[in-house]
Design a protein around this ligand. Structure first.
Ligand SMILES: Cc1ncc(COP(=O)(O)O)c(C=O)c1O
Length: 368
């Protein structure tokens, strides 16, 4: 069986270094907020090109902490509206509602799966405070367009970069450095994945970086003295050490993902399948390779029978979830179409040429 994502194989490449790191971690005996976290924060800020990086517990908290920091600063108030793509992974939207703000959903472009900038202006009200762009599946959102609208309306811009570590725009600026503040997830399956939960916030705003750090540590700057009503969301030393090791390989891994994507794009020839739009630049790191197919469920069963595991990102859009029953009657036709037809093919730095050959061959042979 070709696994959708062989995490064991991905991490096996680093095992020796992990063991050395673990050994020194045990010897040092410092588990939270220590030198490994500081080291990784510096490395990741440098990698993203931002002045600051703050390690946090996971990607969901990273988004919440950005919003909480701007609320603490008084730039966003409870009940304010945040514009967000309707087809994002639900974590983006849950983070907004969790801190007492109101998500305003915007349809994506079917070609890129990212927020359609032409719909944003119509959604702006007096309560709108920010646009939270998501680089879905690893491809940068149209940040030029988003930042332009934001400037015209004096809005903040944030990135949910949970799926886009290393993606770069035409000027060489990376995900995480294209807005006021960005959230990353290092969930194990991400392009840069820890061996457990982990996340970070990147920003060029010193005040926000400091506030995120305080808010993630019970709102405390000085032990047992609390300036804010914070939460507990810290990056572990152990995970930081793992991330430092894997970061060195991130660009090479992303290049491997792109090479596989190029093969899928040029060699998959099946009229029933719509391939993703890609401009052959570094703006896509192919966290996921998502195709559209009207008979998606049949295709998935067929591939499974032929030894190829696929996944659906995502089977149900946020506005159709039981958790957001108040939105269930709303209609987002593009979002709904994506959720009905999307199928993610295996893509990872450890997928072999032979496996890619077989995936292409089986998809090309599929008829219904
Ligand atoms: C787009 C997006 N946003 C946010 C998250 C949340 O990250 P985490 O699982 O680390 O909390 C994820 C991943 O799970 C994601 O894919």
């Amino acid at each position: 069986m070709i696994k959708f994502l062989d995490l064991q194989k991905i991490n096996h490449r680093f095992e020796k270094e992990f063991q050395e790191s673990f050994q020194s971690f045990l010897e040092v005996g410092w588990y939270i907020n220590g030198s490994q976290v500081t080291k990784f924060e510096k490395e990741y800020a440098l990698y993203c090109g931002t002045q600051f990086c703050v390690g946090v517990g996971n990607g969901f908290d990273a988004i919440k902490l950005i919003l909480k920091a701007y609320i603490a600063l008084g730039e966003i108030h409870l009940g304010d509206e945040i514009i967000v793509p309707a087809n994002t992974y639900i974590a983006t939207i849950l983070a907004i509602t969790e801190v007492g703000l109101t998500p305003v959903l915007v349809e994506p472009e079917i070609a890129t799966f990212n927020m359609d900038v032409s719909f944003i202006s119509k959604k702006i009200t007096t309560k709108t405070k920010a646009i939270l762009a998501v680089h879905l599946y690893g491809q940068l959102a149209n940040m030029k367009g988003i930042n332009k609208i934001a400037k015209e309306h004096s809005l903040l811009v944030f990135e949910d970069a949970a799926q886009a570590h290393g993606a770069m725009d035409e000027h060489g600026n990376r995900a995480g450095n294209l807005s006021n503040a960005a959230a990353f997830s290092f969930y194990p399956g991400k392009n840069l994945g820890a061996l457990g939960d982990a996340g970070s916030v990147t920003t060029n705003n010193k005040q926000i970086a400091a506030l995120v750090r305080v808010l993630a540590n019970y709102g405390s700057d000085k032990k047992y003295f609390n300036s804010h009503k914070g939460i507990n969301s810290r990056l572990d030393e152990l995970q930081a050490g793992i991330l430092s090791i894997k970061l060195k390989e991130l660009d090479a891994d992303n290049a491997k993902r792109r090479a596989i994507a190029q093969r899928y794009l040029s060699e998959i020839k099946n009229k029933t399948i719509v391939l993703p739009t890609y401009h052959k630049s570094k703006n896509h790191v192919f966290h996921l390779f998502v195709i559209l197919c009207e008979k998606r469920d049949e295709l998935q069963v067929y591939l499974d029978r032929n030894g190829i595991q696929t996944m659906i990102h995502y089977p149900l859009s946020p506005h159709q979830q039981e958790a957001y029953a108040e939105w269930n009657e709303l209609s987002f036709p593009i979002t709904e179409k994506i959720h009905e037809e999307a199928l993610s093919l295996p893509i990872s730095p450890v997928l072999t040429t032979k496996e890619v050959d077989l995936i292409i061959e089986k998809i090309n042979a599929w008829t219904y």
